[in-house]
Design a protein around this ligand. Structure first.
Ligand SMILES: *[C@@H]1O[C@H](CO)[C@@H](O)[C@H](O)[C@H]1NC(C)=O
Ligand SMILES: *[C@@H]1O[C@H](CO)[C@@H](O)[C@H](O)[C@H]1NC(C)=O
Length: 579
């Protein structure tokens, strides 16, 4: 929910409401490859009734009125239905992780020095936010909405009994000047500005981190942060319980208000180099379980940077305020800043404040429950990171294909080969060409799976221009909740549910840094696939759930690898034939 108006945003166009007939024609077309002939026939009838009976027109009119009256007819509904109303845990279910390339340190000094540099880099980035001087981004010459950048620092999600909220302290009267650091489950307030408002230098930050480290050596502390990994209703109750105590309330507020969080993680079990990227992806998504680092988090916090002793680094972010691209832009910026950094003088500082928590028997019981559930989740999540090294986006580009379309069709091929059928597939598409635009979803699976690549280019464009099916359907459904006494049948139809049961939930998040983003599957029997096509290689993170017998992240990764190689052969054969 945008709360702040940025001057350069004023000229951005408003998100359009697509024509009703167009959406339903496309809706029926997207159903064709994934539902049976009978189901499709039934849905055709419902669509007909909906369009001819006047209900569709009426809702469309209301939606268009809403579009005229608001900056963005979709953004608030989207924020609520996709995130704030969602009661699943944020850990694994909605919060993406990002794995950064392994750094060359192997001890706690290295860990703290890197964390200090990282903090300094983010503070440097923050200057651009504070002065509203972030460079505008463009897509095909059109300016993009920059609002999300202003929502990722100093913000935090807060659990509610039925619906969560997000607070952004950057726009408050007194913007925060501290970050939170967590080590051995103990949280600290680290003031990151000197009294003259200059950010602390790397050496100062290092010293402060060392003090924090030295005063959190005990490892027998309650992992209070693990509470935030719970189902949202459970956490909502536990939260009210926790903040009944005044000290706890103040500690929680300090975390929520902080600019971001840095998690200094305890060493994780060592694994082979081959397993390492997958293990780190899991560490970013859930922390490894109650006895490892799952309690070394505050999952409600929008941005949490994670640094281990063995060169591991990355982050996890709460998804409600922003999509991947602004996060990755921040990472690229910070990584570049770190490599070009110079040293500056040292001024001594006082000890960072440790946040106290009073663990009442009730809080203790909530923590134990959260530990159990987190451990179940850790066993449930199946992660495989594929670092595909044979080629990168250079190959599709040589053949004048969009790398994204190329990877998407590879995923279709891999899935088809494994399951002998295609499935509902979604890819998120940015709506940032429009004011306060977030995402729409490309329904990837089409009847033309043989003419796949050409077919792919087209839906991508429809989605980013605000002409896709998914969010318009959501809008009509939300509008009917507001306007009508009963839900139109079209939204309760089997096809409607099947089309949204995304066995493949996918996203391309490209970056300059050699990182890989990862997220959990959208459905219990599906895959989450996030990929970053670099010039000469492709990073792909695949997730699934172990309780589903049909899915297997490593097998799917193998199928993707094989399919990528075959797709190259196909392109080369085609090129030779055309010569
Ligand atoms: C932290 O502890 C180490 C080892 O005991 C010591 O060398 C170092 O000076 C301490 N650092 C601070 C900032 O207190
Ligand atoms: C994919 O979705 C369908 C339901 O739409 C389900 O029957 C199937 O088992 C799912 N999972 C896999 C791995 O195919």
């Amino acid at each position: 929910i945008p709360e702040r108006s940025l001057v350069h945003q004023e000229g951005l166009p408003k998100l359009p409401v697509p024509p009703l007939k167009q959406t339903f024609e496309r809706y029926l077309a997207t159903l064709e490859p994934i539902v049976s002939e009978e189901e499709l026939e039934h849905t055709r009838k419902l669509v007909d009734e909906f369009l001819k009976g006047g209900v569709g027109e009426r809702l469309q009119k209301s939606l268009e009125r809403r579009a005229r009256k608001t900056d963005n007819w979709l953004s608030e509904w989207w924020m609520q239905s996709a995130y704030l109303d969602c009661r699943m845990p944020v850990a694994v279910c909605t919060s993406p992780g990002v794995v950064l390339p392994r750094m060359h340190f192997q001890d706690r000094q290295g860990q703290m020095r890197f964390a200090a540099k990282l903090i300094a880099g983010v503070l440097e980035f923050k200057k651009m936010i504070d002065t509203e001087t972030l460079p505008m981004e463009y897509l095909s010459g059109k300016p993009l909405c920059m609002d999300q950048y202003y929502q990722i620092l100093s913000s935090c999600r807060i659990p509610g009994p039925k619906r969560d909220t997000v607070v952004n302290h950057a726009i408050g009267k007194i913007p925060p000047t501290h970050i939170t650091v967590v080590h051995n489950f103990q949280f600290f307030v680290l003031d990151v500005y000197n009294s003259d408002r200059t950010p602390l230098t790397v050496d100062q930050l290092y010293m402060q981190l060392e003090k924090i480290w030295n005063s959190s050596l005990q490892t027998n502390k309650e992992p209070i942060g693990i509470l935030t990994s719970q189902h949202r209703n459970t956490w909502g109750k536990a939260y009210n319980n926790l903040i009944k105590d005044k000290t706890n309330k103040e500690s929680v507020r300090a975390i929520q208000k902080s600019i971001f969080t840095v998690c200094l993680d305890a060493p994780m079990p060592r694994v082979s180099d081959e397993m390492y990227p997958s293990r780190v992806a899991a560490q970013m998504l859930h922390g490894g379980g109650a006895r490892w680092n799952s309690g070394n988090r505050w999952f409600d916090k929008t941005l949490q940077f994670i640094v281990g002793e063995d060169g591991t680094c990355g982050l996890v972010y709460e998804h409600a305020p922003a999509e991947g691209p602004p996060i990755v832009f921040l990472i690229d910026y910070v990584v570049k800043y770190i490599t070009e950094m110079v040293r500056s003088p040292m001024i001594p500082l006082s000890m960072p404040q440790k946040l106290r928590f009073n663990i009442t028997p009730e809080v203790k019981r909530d923590i134990e429950k959260a530990k159990q559930n987190m451990n179940i989740m850790v066993h449930e999540l199946d992660v495989k990171v594929l670092l595909f090294s044979h080629f990168g986006k250079n190959v599709p580009k040589q053949h004048k294909l969009s790398p994204d379309a190329f990877v998407q069709m590879t995923l279709q091929l891999a899935y088809y080969r494994m399951y002998n059928t295609c499935c509902a597939t979604t890819e998120s598409a940015s709506l940032r060409m429009f004011k306060y635009g977030r995402t729409d979803a490309i329904r990837v699976t089409t009847v033309d799976s043989l003419k796949f690549v050409q077919a792919m280019q087209d839906p991508t464009k429809k989605a980013i221009h605000g002409q896709a099916v998914e969010r318009h359907l959501l809008g009509l459904k939300m509008q009917s909740i507001e306007d009508l006494t009963s839900m139109p049948e079209i939204f309760m139809d089997t096809s409607f549910a099947v089309a949204q049961h995304y066995n493949l939930s996918t996203s391309q998040v490209g970056s300059k840094t050699d990182c890989v983003m990862c997220f959990g599957p959208m459905v219990p029997d599906g895959y989450g696939v996030c990929y970053n096509p670099m010039d000469e290689h492709i990073n792909v993170a695949i997730t699934a759930f172990n309780s589903c017998e049909e899915t297997n992240a490593a097998k799917f990764a193998q199928a993707v690898e094989d399919a990528l190689l075959d797709m190259r052969v196909l392109l080369e054969d085609k090129a030779t034939a055309e010569k």
